[in-house]
Write a protein that binds this ligand. Structure first.
Ligand code: FAD
Length: 399
């Protein structure tokens, strides 16, 4: 009998954890494991706001796949998935190559949800990948460099961040630490620099613990960030944003962090989706396809309260591991285990040495929250590649 082939799509939190778990769990000859990803590195999405703001090196977030995978045990194929056919058991890459599979793990992550806001797709940046954040960082620097050349127009040094969820708040607070240095470097007076956070909901960090929200609000004020809650963005133009009520903010940089939806490739595959995410069965399989597992932001899992778990790295990692163990169970003819998320807490940074979060039932603020977040990131790296990768990266987490 031919060795079954497991193909994993995407080397983000979910896909890479599935790959490393299969690599460590399966014996030689049990399965042929393939991993397909756009890049030959994994990026830690949860830290992309730092290179985007220019406060951390790209190397902090980039983990070369060869550092955590044994390519003799996991066949890595660098490429962009164009489509996959769950019934025909084929993946097609850009360029036309097709890769057949017996089992599939879909871990293609998410893409920005623009909620139909006019001009957002065309004129706003999104924090999506290492390549996208390089563009944001360079664009902001370029706009600062144009300030004097374009008649000291403050639109060049105004940055609007749409969305005050985790990503938006982590990004503005990080950027607030960089902008004074940038202003000095480009001879821009500090009063010409404006950093604006716009949120449609009545509060920043909607749904988060109110005392932590209050702490974050105070930090944003302290850092000179203008916050507009209850303020939906109506349109985005090359000149800035138009808010509801037709108020305009002129800004040459608009970054949208207001929401994500599942990757459109998943929707196009014919799998049943809710906003691009597959409502998986208790074993993380797509309905009707027992050989297709879906994890991370591509999947949606409902809790006992009937509400979906939010798309997070924490859940993606746990799902990636659980899907891999269920695949090993299928191959060995042992029972699969239903997926039970273990939510340990939530931590967000508010700049370099500041943060907020809840771990268990305890709330954390300031430096302690920031240190806890670093600890949880290092723990993740440990799970991926053990001490060698932790030693390689630790200096970036305490720089
Ligand atoms: P990803 O990690 O996004 O991985 C998807 C992978 O698929 C990528 O490697 C991508 O290159 C690849 N891919 C996509 N399309 C293709 C294609 N067509 N062909 C080949 N490869 C492809 N969550 C938390 O838990 N805590 C946080 O503090 C936190 N902070 C965040 C901060 C920011 C700035 C952002 C953007 C997100 C944050 N999140 C956080 C959410 C978290 O990052 C996601 O939930 C998590 O990355 C989902 O993991 P995933 O494996 O589903 O997808």
């Amino acid at each position: 009998m031919a060795t079954p082939r497991i193909v994993i799509l995407g080397a983000g939190y979910g896909g890479l954890m599935a790959a490393t778990t299969l690599m460590r769990t399966l014996e030689d000859g049990e399965a042929d494991v393939w991993l397909i990803n756009k890049h030959d590195y994994h990026y830690m999405t949860t830290h992309l706001h730092e290179p985007a703001a220019g406060t951390a090196a790209d190397e902090k977030v980039r983990v070369p796949l060869r550092d955590v995978l044994d390519f003799d045990r996991v066949h890595f194929r660098q490429g962009t998935v164009k489509r996959f056919d769950p019934a025909g058991r084929i993946v097609e890459l850009e360029g036309g190559e097709t890769i057949p599979f017996d089992y599939l793990v879909v871990a293609l992550g998410s893409e920005p949800e623009t909620f139909g806001i006019e001009g957002l797709r065309e004129h706003a940046f999104a924090i999506r990948s290492l390549n996208s954040v390089r563009v944001i960082r360079e664009h902001i620097e370029y706009m600062f460099s144009l300030y004097r050349a374009r008649g000291e127009d403050p639109a060049y040094t105004t940055i609007v961040v749409g969305g005050a969820g985790f990503t938006g708040i982590e990004f503005v607070t990080e950027l607030a630490e960089r902008l004074p240095r940038l202003a000095r470097a480009y001879d821009v007076p500090e009063e010409a620099v404006r950093l604006v956070n716009v949120e449609a909901a009545p509060t920043i960090l909607p749904g988060f613990d109110p005392s932590l929200v209050a702490y974050a609000e105070a930090k944003l004020r302290e850092k000179g960030i203008e916050v507009h809650t209850n303020t939906p963005i109506k349109a985005c133009t090359p000149e800035g944003v138009v808010l509801q009520g037709d108020r305009e903010i002129r800004a040459k940089t608009v970054v949208w962090t207001g929401g994500v939806r599942g990757n459109r490739i998943v929707e196009a595959s014919g799998l049943e989706v809710i906003r691009g995410r597959v409502k998986v069965d208790p074993y993380l399989r797509a309905p009707g396809y027992d050989h297709v597992f879906v994890v991370g932001d591509s999947a949606v899992v409902f809790g006992e309260d009937g509400r979906p778990y939010p798309p997070t790295a924490q859940i993606a990692v746990q799902e990636g591991r659980a899907a891999a163990l269920n695949l090993a169970a299928i191959l060995r003819g042992t029972p699969m285990q239903p997926f039970k998320p273990n939510i340990q807490g939530t931590l967000a940074s508010l700049g370099r040495w500041e943060g907020i979060g809840i771990v268990g039932k305890r709330r954390f603020y300031g430096l302690i929250a920031s240190l806890l977040k670093r600890g949880s990131d290092l723990r993740y790296l440990w799970q991926l590649g053990g001490m060698p990768i932790v030693l390689k990266k630790i200096r970036y987490f305490f720089a």
